[in-house]
Design a protein around this ligand. Sequence first.
Ligand SMILES: Cc1cc2nc3c(=O)[nH]c(=O)nc-3n(C[C@H](O)[C@H](O)[C@H](O)COP(=O)(O)O)c2cc1C
Ligand code: SF4
Ligand code: SF4
Length: 291
Amino acid sequence: MNAVFVCFTGTGSTKMVCEAAAEAFRAQGGDARIELLRADRPAPDLSDADRLIVAFPVHGFNAPAPVLRYLKSLPASDGGVAYLLRTSGEPLSLNDAAVLAPARMLRKKGWRVAGDLHYVMPYNIIFRHSDGMASRMWRAVLARIARDAACIAAGEGSLPAVGLWGRTVSAVCRIEHPAAPLIGRGFRVTQACIGCGLCARSCPQGNIRMEGGMPVFGGSCAICMACAFGCPKDAVRTGILNGWRVNGGYDFGAPPASDREVCAYCRQSYLRYYHRAEEDTRRTESLTDGA
Ligand SMILES: Cc1cc2nc3c(=O)[nH]c(=O)nc-3n(C[C@H](O)[C@H](O)[C@H](O)COP(=O)(O)O)c2cc1C
Ligand code: SF4
Ligand code: SF4
């Protein structure tokens, strides 16, 4: 059994989850590899894939445009088994609408879409979560990942039911797809830039070129935020999104936020998400103890 994770990631969170899932898959006796969707890499060869897992961060209650472009060019399959794996900054069910277009496109190509795996990971835009929140999110991922990998191997799972409200919000927010290249044209760097080129190397779209030792932004931005997030000097200014800029990685090994420390924004929703994952761990541990 070979699982191929085709992963679009901006700031690395979706890739982290894919790596944990691939490791769990291998621990259960399968093979797994991760193929990053990047402009500088060829389309992945799926000829040996028993399971295709298309992984992406939710962007504006949708899959990012590069993911949809990839699915459009995906070769037809004769009933291959596919999953969607998504990360998002908050656990709201509005994010479920992000599976609609990718699931439809996969089915059109002959894949059986067996399930959707949704993990909450810290925001890379809008505001910065605390390291404690990031750490608790990561623990929730680890609590679920072995069971989710087993589901993938067994071909089990389900897709969320998305209501009219979710579909409408998602359809309106899809404006992000044509808007992203225009917004990206407004990105600039400040005097703090040291010309290290990290932003250019990390851009999955190949949208940044170094000219005279300084980054210049082109017209294929997918507003993944890798450049602004990863800049060691916080020198990237993201045009009209600058007020939502988040810079610097999270410490996933920090002491996890207690229930009381969970951020006020969508608090109940985060608590439900964490408690469900933690309950799963307790159940698995008691099954293991009883075995
Ligand atoms: C342009 C953009 C739009 C986003 N929209 C949403 C959203 O609609 N809902 C949400 O929960 N998180 C949203 N996020 C947060 C990301 O989904 C989240 O931080 C994700 O884990 C980032 O994954 P990555 O590091 O693999 O890029 C958005 C992030 C970006 C950059
Ligand atoms: S990562 Fe930051 S410091 Fe390095 S080249 Fe890009 S903008 Fe400049
Ligand atoms: S320019 Fe920055 S935000 Fe746009 S795709 Fe590249 S790394 Fe992502």
